[in-house]
Design a protein around this ligand. Structure first.
Ligand code: SF4
Length: 208
């Protein structure tokens, strides 16, 4: 891992964004684009419910809401929506507003939270859970070695993308339909290379 002190830490959430779509990650973390829409409003409402730093205890399990987390080794910072403490062992729970999506995106973000908690607290964190608010479904995630390696790879890729201010081309597939940044990204326009070239050419046509 090549994080050095001169590098800026990256947000834990960037791992999920990058896994879902590298361009989405770049629009948020390189260009600071943020579009409010139904999905982000829902997401915000869900996170606001768990966004006050608080602690509770129920049946011997301590709960920390909105817990600041970090990893100096990987150069990560963020907040965990909810961390349950089963004895001394933290168990992160990530809240999502929508329904479960295909792919490993949420699992990677959760695994990155676990890596931060392990470094902060010096204990192994082997599992956590994702909770989908719309379906009220909670799924346990076991952090495998492959998942941990993928987190480390994504961190390196995101750091390079941010350092070089790269914005990848649109994926222009089914992912775009659920993406909060579709309005800024314009995937079907930007992804249509001939159309973009034609439009760029027309910029320099001088009419009489
Ligand atoms: S609209 Fe599509 S290409 Fe653009 S950021 Fe979203 S998922 Fe990526």
């Amino acid at each position: 891992m090549s994080f050095q002190e001169k590098d800026e830490p990256i947000m834990v959430s960037a791992i999920e964004h990058y896994s879902y779509c590298p361009r989405q990650c770049a629009l948020i973390h390189v260009e600071q684009t943020f579009d409010e829409n139904l999905y982000t409003l829902r997401g915000r409402a869900v996170h606001e419910n768990v966004d006050e730093e608080e602690r509770h205890e129920r049946e011997g399990v301590r709960f920390e809401l909105s817990l600041p987390i970090w990893s100096e080794r990987l150069g990560l910072v963020g907040k965990a929506d909810l961390v349950e403490f089963h004895g001394k062992v933290p168990y992160p729970v990530e809240y999502k507003s929508g329904r479960q999506r295909a792919g490993e995106h949420e699992n990677l973000q959760l695994c990155a939270q676990a890596i931060c908690l392990e470094e902060m607290m010096g204990v192994a964190v082997e599992k956590g859970a994702v909770f989908w608010h719309s379906s009220r479904r909670r799924k346990e995630v076991v952090f495998t070695d492959e998942m941990r390696s993928r987190v480390r790879e994504v961190v390196v890729e995101v750091r390079k993308m941010i350092a070089e201010r790269l914005v990848p081309p649109p994926v222009n597939d089914a992912r775009c339909g659920l993406c909060s940044l579709k309005g800024s990204c314009l995937p079907s326009v930007v992804g249509d290379r001939p159309r973009v070239r034609r439009a760029a050419g027309e910029l320099f046509v001088v009419s009489d």
